[in-house]
Design a protein around this ligand. Structure first.
Ligand code: ZN
Length: 87
């Protein structure tokens, strides 16, 4: 059993509280130090194919990279790289 010490990716505080789950069942956390929310994503900072598909589909509908950044926490550079890779 591995115990993960979760830290806020924004301010590195470990004062995190559980804050419900995402639509995909991932635990979501809220930081008590800076008040921002994030998802648990242990071991990897890469996006899964499913996540990428979801984000790219949202992009196709709304076509706002800034909106995607706010909604998914994905950087605009990341989305731009995906769009270049897609045929
Ligand atoms: Zn924080």
């Amino acid at each position: 059993m591995i115990t993960l010490t979760l830290r806020c990716p924004y301010c590195a505080s470990d004062r995190l509280i559980r804050y419900g789950v995402t639509a995909k069942g991932q635990q979501r956390y809220r930081c008590r130090a800076c008040g921002r929310q994030h998802r648990e994503n242990p071991g990897s900072n890469a996006y899964s194919a499913a996540e990428r598909d979801t984000i790219l589909r949202a992009y196709a509908e709304r076509s706002s990279l800034r909106g995607l950044s706010r909604t998914f926490g994905v950087s605009r550079n990341t989305v731009t790289a995906w769009l270049k890779k897609k045929p």
